[in-house]
Write a protein that binds this ligand. Structure first.
Ligand code: ZN
Length: 103
């Protein structure tokens, strides 16, 4: 027959089991938050790089204009080519990402 002390130990163990499950759940939440934080840090780092590249956009490479989108977002020096315009505007299209600049 179980003693009062045995019953109390059992109750304490049940409470400990709940705490154990709670710790596991909180660890999982922390892990998700840390992954999200790492993703935000990476995006922020990329955006910082974009700011620096925009400030140093060389505009041209030789005779060709460079794509500002490829340069700023991807750090790529992609050239633009003139495309026929239906009006008096100049249109340049990126050979890589197909960004269009209408001037
Ligand atoms: Zn481009």
């Amino acid at each position: 027959m179980a003693t009062i002390a045995d019953e109390m130990k059992l109750k304490a163990q049940e409470i400990a089991d709940h705490a154990h499950a709670k710790i596991a759940r909180l660890d999982e939440e922390l892990s998700k938050i840390e992954k999200q934080k790492a993703k935000i840090d990476a995006e922020r780092h990329k955006a910082r790089g974009a700011l620096e590249r925009a400030a140093k956009f060389p505009v041209k490479s030789g005779a060709d204009y460079l794509c500002p989108l490829c340069w700023v977002d991807e750090a790529k020096a992609s050239t633009l080519r003139p495309v026929p315009s239906p009006d008096r505007h100049d249109i340049f299209r990126c050979n890589t990402c197909h960004f269009e600049a209408v001037i």
